[in-house]
Ligand binder design. Structure first.
Ligand code: MN
Length: 719
């Protein structure tokens, strides 16, 4: 595409396009990438123009498009930063730099902790200037479109990163146009067989579907005209990945997917949407539980539409009704609210999408969870389905689906969260761990001296509530340790025949704290309370008759020579830690500690039913990263885990499964194979395998791979 046609594409929506500046950027990028080639053999510069084009399609401002043209100049050529500023100004240079920085975050490797950290940084970087991520999305889109020229391994990695990170971000910003393309392209590389199956299915019935669609369009248009509504009605094919997701969610086999086709009605005003809906419901029956009104309650990403499923001749047909303006937002998301002049969102709605996005980043920033948890809550926040809850006064709150009354309490106010003790849902008393349903009216009951319970962490869904609860316990643990430390020291002074009153407030205590490299006396108490410092040792230092600056304290308390696989939070040393046979936790599992009576701490998986409901005995434990940061070698320790398989009893099944397992270099310790006793095609067999895995992450991967084998029905981990 020539610079002239790019400029004219922009002029269609922005008559004030700075064409001179744009032209300079175009020529500059062209020159910078001169002689470079893409893996496809095309000149590299094509990629830059494609990226700019996608941005123009979103109707963005000139600076963003200029930065799109030059987004790879830093990385691939040696243009100095200062030169860029002089030539193109700070604004464009910052955008180009932002994109370059994001490109440097690498998501490779199996170290999930680091991956999560990178992810978090990436998201925070976008909060500064949203346009950076828009450019990155356009860049990624073209890279995905030309992915097949790379090695299989690289394809897989990039596709996975796209599906895990970039598509969710596009979703959150409401940019359906880019999200759906990213998802389908990535899906094709990650699940080639499933992709092909669905694509074939769509093709097979193409003619039949189009014919049906046309007839429905005519009939619907006629019904609407009776009501004086003149609308654009047309059929729409869903994107492949969304069909796949629906199948996964509902467990529907291929043959039964009937809703491959949907219809869309575009009208002029909001009111017309409801009139059109009325006209449809007047003529056809509809499925009440499929009716959604996203106009009254827009989604967090700004999406608005009416969804209904009418039944025509016993066949369900999904219909979306929206105004032209809503349609623009549905396709372009935040970009639909963009001012091409100022490069910021201008409408109230646009600002609220942006504010929601920022809030989400804030919530995640504060979660100090393990990596596994982090990625999960990340995905939840990005892809959440929402429920709408009313306060007793009638205020409306949006929460992620499956949220409980505890989440709601924390959403209202931190203190209400900390002191909540029960809820009244639609006038009926309910436990605070109750999951909330759309439209619930919820009143939270509090107790003045109420306090959080560690069990709540199992029930909360929002990052906000989780981080607040954890924070409360961190503070409390510290306060407890402080009191305990004081008590120990008093007792020790007592046995040494020293007067507590002379010593507990003596300035010497601060000297000792400083000597031990602690900031305050309080810290010293906390260390004693945690068992990291002995009270006897401190008292010895305090004793007047012993002049002791030379005697260096025994440095840190003795640590075992081999690092334990599990640690208590804050490195509190409470003695023996054991993992339990009942639920067999392995590294990477979400775990919780239980302080037994005299037998140290036992570690269970969080869902284990053997944990007694004694919140005061529960402790946070975490797995220690045995590898150091530089060492990317896979871990060598393995742990036996039993998995259960249910599959069709067809010949060769076991062979296929073991081949897949072998691909992950996982050892099968033992297994039992139980063919069905019934002889029919649908006969089921069940296997019971014990695998030696390096941790939960590897186990997930292997189980996922087995799950995708044809004929496998269920793969579960045995508890
Ligand atoms: Mn690029």
């Amino acid at each position: 595409m020539s610079v002239e046609s790019l400029i004219s594409q922009i002029q269609d929506y922005n008559p004030d396009v700075e064409s001179e500046l744009l032209e300079r950027c175009y020529r500059f990028a062209q020159k910078a990438h001169e002689g470079q080639q893409r893996k496809s053999g095309e000149p590299y510069f094509t990629h830059c123009v494609k990226t700019a084009e996608a941005l123009a399609e979103l109707r963005l401002d000139t600076h963003t498009i200029c930065a799109g043209l030059m987004h790879d100049v830093f990385e691939d050529t040696g243009v100095p930063h200062e030169e860029m500023i002089v030539r193109f100004g700070e604004n464009i240079t910052n955008l180009v730099e932002g994109v370059t920085k994001i490109g440097q975050y690498k998501f490779r490797g199996s170290n999930r902790q680091r991956q999560a950290e990178t992810y978090r940084k990436l998201l925070l970087a976008t909060a500064e200037d949203m346009r950076v991520i828009l450019i990155k999305l356009a860049d990624r889109l073209h890279n995905m479109e030309t992915l097949n020229f790379l090695s299989v391994e690289k394809c897989q990695r990039i596709a996975k990163e796209t599906l895990d990170i970039y598509a969710p971000i596009a979703h959150r910003l409401g940019i359906w146009r880019i999200m759906s393309r990213l998802e389908d392209l990535a899906f094709k590389y990650i699940f080639p067989i499933e992709y092909r199956d669905i694509a074939n299915l769509l093709n097979e019935k193409l003619v039949e579907r189009e014919g049906y669609c046309e007839r429905m369009v005519t009939r619907i248009r006629a019904e609407l005209e009776k009501q004086g509504i003149f609308a654009d009605v047309h059929g729409r094919t869903k994107h492949i990945y969304s069909i796949y997701q629906k199948m996964q969610q509902k467990g529907t086999p291929f043959k039964e997917i009937c809703d491959l086709v949907g219809l869309r009605i575009l009208v002029k005003t909001d009111l017309d949407c409801y009139i059109a809906l009325g006209a449809l419901h007047h003529k056809w029956n509809y499925l009440p539980n499929r009716l959604r009104d996203w106009i009254g309650l827009p989604k967090k990403n700004g999406y608005q539409s009416l969804h209904t499923t009418i039944v025509d001749n016993g066949k369900p047909v999904e219909i979306q009704i929206r105004s032209y303006q809503m349609h623009k937002v549905a396709e372009d998301g935040i970009a639909a609210h963009w001012s091409y002049k100022e490069g910021v969102p201008t409408t109230k709605q646009g600002r609220s999408i942006f504010a929601n996005y920022k809030q989400m980043l804030e919530d995640i920033k504060e979660t100090q969870d393990g990596p596994h948890q982090f990625v999960e809550s990340m995905k939840l926040e990005l892809f959440q389905d929402e429920v709408y809850i009313f306060s007793p006064k009638g205020d409306l709150f949006a929460l992620p689906a499956e949220s409980t009354a505890i989440d709601f309490a924390y959403k209202i106010h931190t203190d209400i969260g900390h002191t909540c003790c029960g809820a009244e849902i639609n006038g009926v008393v309910a436990p605070i761990r109750q999951k909330l349903q759309n439209g619930d009216r919820v009143e939270i009951r509090t107790q003045p001296d109420g306090k959080p319970n560690r069990m709540w962490l199992r029930y909360v869904k929002t990052a906000n509530a989780r981080s607040k609860i954890k924070h409360w316990f961190r503070e409390k643990d510290r306060a407890d340790a402080l009191a305990l430390g004081k008590k120990f020291l008093k007792a020790e002074l007592h046995v040494s025949y020293l007067d507590v009153r002379d010593y507990l407030n003596s300035p010497k205590l601060l000297d000792i704290a400083k000597h031990l490299k602690l900031e305050s006396v309080e810290e010293l108490f906390v260390r004693i309370g945690n068992g990291n410092e002995s009270a006897t040792h401190v008292v010895n230092l305090l004793k007047p008759e012993v002049p002791k600056p030379e005697i260096v304290p025994e440095a840190a308390p003795q640590k075992a020579t081999s690092t334990p696989a599990i640690q208590l939070e804050n490195d509190i040393d409470l003695g023996l830690i054991r993992t339990m046979k009942c639920c067999n936790p392995i590294p990477g599992d979400e775990v919780i500690g239980y302080l037994t009576r005299g037998r140290g701490v036992s570690v269970h998986r969080t869902g284990c039913t053997r944990i007694l409901d004694e919140p005061e005995r529960l402790l946070f434990v975490k797995w220690t990263e045995k590898r150091n940061a530089e060492n990317t070698e896979p871990p060598t320790d393995t742990y036996p885990v039993q998995i259960l398989l249910e599959c069709n009893d067809r010949p060769g099944m076991l062979g296929k499964i073991t081949t897949v397992i072998a691909q992950y270099k996982v050892n099968i310790r033992c297994g039992t194979f139980q063919p069905s006793t019934v002889t029919s095609v649908d006969a089921k067999a069940s296997d019971n395998l014990t695998l030696d895995v390096t941790g939960a992450e590897q186990l997930d991967e292997v189980m996922m791979a087995i799950r995708h084998l044809k004929g496998v029905q269920r793969v579960t981990r045995k508890i």
